[in-house]
Ligand binder design. Structure first.
Ligand SMILES: [Zn+2]
Length: 272
């Protein structure tokens, strides 16, 4: 059984409505012919050469990624640069491209929701609720049992796929933690949200020196969370299995596969 690209795209928009996307975001239907038929869909976090080649080699008719390939304006799709080359490869390979980005972050079983479930967070609610209070960016909830910051970081390291940079932590290994705030992907913009400030620990990715340093300095004076910084790719990769399951349910007969390629850009780290 097959569906058309337009039909698959309609399912994608129903599961992850574009109305949920941030104003700066550019998810949705990016490459392909609406009438082309789709017998198989491949899922990946990033539309990079490795995942696109993998999708085409697998014979996928549609690649669903988390990160939009064309987030900022482009003035050429010539094949001598990354984006043009990727678009050319997709078109030649007969593979459509659709992205579900912040619109897939905010839903109940979005990137942060999946990570919260895997950690067993109870009564998890969005850090920044949308109009529908069950939806929104990030999650905050309680661990079933209190634990230490170190044990929580080890647990995350087991849950997440392996990356060169692993799991970095700011805070005392034995610091007790129970209330956990988290945001899959880059979440430093949420550091001053009340739900994050009121948590024992905040888990996110791409924490830079100044936001992390200021957050820790503020915590020492006014209270605030310990920080756990994980791989951006790894934190979002976990969501792909859930997304694949939802697509299989909506599109019986269409094959749905998940890429296991590590598209985290870091290849190795020297631990001193
Ligand atoms: Zn991301």
């Amino acid at each position: 059984m097959s569906a058309t690209v337009a039909e698959v795209n309609a399912v994608i928009e129903r599961l992850w409505p574009l109305s949920g996307a941030e104003a700066w975001d550019a998810p949705g239907f990016l490459v392909g012919e609406p009438d082309a038929s789709v017998r198989s869909i491949h899922l990946a976090v990033d539309a990079v050469a490795e995942s696109i080649d993998e999708a085409i080699e697998l014979g996928a008719d549609l690649l669903l990624v988390h990160h939009p390939l064309l987030l900022r304006g482009v003035t050429t799709v010539a094949g001598d640069r990354y984006k043009g080359a990727m678009i050319g490869r997709l078109i030649r390979g007969g593979c459509a491209l659709v992205a579900a980005h912040t619109n897939a972050d905010v839903v109940e079983q979005g990137t942060s929701g999946v990570l919260a479930s895997m950690l067993g967070l109870r009564e998890a609610t969005p850090i920044v609720p949308a109009t529908d209070p069950q939806r929104g960016i990030g999650r905050v909830g309680m661990l079933a049992e209190p634990t230490s910051l170190g044990h929580l970081a080890r647990r995350l390291a087991e849950l997440l796929p392996a990356t060169a940079t692993g799991v970095r932590v700011a805070g005392d290994y034995n610091h007790p933690v129970r209330r956990v705030a988290l945001c899959g992907g880059a979440g430093d913009s949420l550091l001053n949200e009340p739900a994050v400030l009121g948590a024992d620990v905040y888990i996110t990715s791409d924490l830079r020196h100044h936001p992390a340093s200021e957050s820790r300095a503020n915590s020492a004076i006014a209270g605030g969370p310990a920080l756990i910084d994980v791989s951006h790719w790894a934190s979002e990769w976990l969501w792909l299995d859930t997304a694949a399951g939802q697509l299989r349910q909506e599109l019986p007969g269409v094959t749905v596969t998940v890429s296991e390629l590590r598209t985290d850009p870091w290849d190795f780290a020297i631990v001193q």
